[in-house]
Design a protein around this ligand. Structure first.
Ligand code: PGA
Length: 250
C-alpha cells in the first residue's frame, strides 16, 4: 500500500460539445468523492472554461491535453501552459502517443512542454509507451527508458509530474498487456525515476496506466503495486464507466 493518491484521469481527446460536457460533468460532480482517489478531466481546449465552471467546488481537477513550450508569441493555433493555468487547469498531458504521431512531437518537444507546465505551475503528465512492433521485439523497457530520459524535465518532482504508461497498441483497441506485464513496466519506470531523481521522488510520483482501461479490468490493474491510477480515453466519455473505474480503485 503506498501513500500515493490514486489519480483517475479522463482524456476526452477530440470529443465534446457544450451539451455533452455539461451532461458528463453534471454526472461526475454527483459522484461521491472518496478519500485517496482524485478525479481529473481533460477536455479539448474550447471546453476548458465551461467545464471548469461546472466542476467548481467539486474537487474534480481540470487538465488540458497538450501545450506549447513558449509562454506567448507568434505561434498561431497553439496554447501556452500559462493560458491553461489562467483558465483553471492544474494538469496538462504532454507526449501522448497521438501527439507524438499526429504532430511529430519527439522527446525534446515533450520535455519542453513539460518544462513549460512546471514554469506555469501545472503538473505535467508525461506519456510514454511502446508500439506493438517494439513489444514484439522485446524492446519495451528500452523504449520506455529512452522516452523517460528524453521527455521528463530535469525539474520533475513528485508533485509537479505524473507519468502515464500507455502501450500504443493498447490505446482504443480493447487490448491490454497482462497485469504482470503492466507491473513490470511500472516498476521499471519507478526504478528509472529513482536512478535519476532519487528514491523519495520515485516513491512519491504517480505512475498511471492507460490503454483500454475499462470498469471490467480496472480493479486488477489499479491493485498492482506500482499502478497509481489510470489515464482513460474511451471509457472517460461515459460518466458511469469513468466513475466505476474510480470506484474500482482501492
Ligand atoms: P483508451 O485511451 O482508454 O481509449 O484506450 C487511453 C488514452 O489514449 O489516453
Amino acid at each position: 500500500m503506498s501513500a500515493r493518491t490514486i489519480l483517475i484521469a479522463g482524456n476526452w481527446k477530440m470529443n465534446a460539445s457544450i451539451g455533452m460536457a455539461e451532461q458528463l460533468t453534471g454526472a461526475l460532480t454527483a459522484w461521491s468523492a472518496r478519500d485517496g482517489v482524485e478525479l481529473l478531466v481533460c477536455p479539448p481546449f474550447p471546453y476548458l472554461v465551461p467545464v471548469n465552471a461546472s466542476i467548481a467546488n467539486s474537487g474534480i481537477k481540470l487538465g488540458a491535453q497538450s501545450c506549447h513550450a513558449a509562454e506567448s508569441g507568434a505561434h498561431t493555433g497553439d496554447i501556452s501552459a500559462e493560458m491553461l493555468a489562467d483558465v483553471g487547469c492544474t494538469y496538462v498531458i504532454v507526449g501522448h502517443s497521438e501527439r507524438r504521431t499526429d504532430h511529430a512531437e519527439d522527446d525534446a518537444t515533450v520535455r519542453g512542454q513539460g518544462d513549460a507546465a512546471h514554469r506555469a505551475g501545472l503538473t505535467a503528465m508525461v506519456c510514454v509507451g511502446e508500439t506493438e512492433a517494439e513489444r514484439d521485439a522485446d524492446k519495451t523497457l528500452d523504449v520506455v527508458a529512452t522516452q523517460l530520459t528524453g521527455s521528463v524535465p530535469d525539474g520533475a518532482t513528485a508533485s509537479n509530474t505524473v507519468i502515464a504508461y500507455e502501450p500504443v497498441w493498447a490505446i482504443g483497441t480493447g487490448r491490454t498487456p497482462t497485469e504482470a506485464e503492466v507491473q513490470d513496466v511500472h516498476a521499471a519506470i519507478r526504478a528509472n525515476l529513482a536512478a535519476r531523481f532519487g528514491n523519495e521522488m520515485a516513491d512519491g510520483t504517480r505512475i498511471l496506466y492507460g490503454g483500454s482501461m475499462k470498469p471490467g479490468n480496472a480493479a486488477g490493474l489499479l491493485a498492482l503495486a506500482d499502478v497509481d491510477g489510470g489515464l482513460i480515453g474511451g471509457a472517460s466519455l461515459k460518466a458511469e464507466d469513468f466513475t466505476a473505474i474510480a470506484d474500482a480503485a482501492g
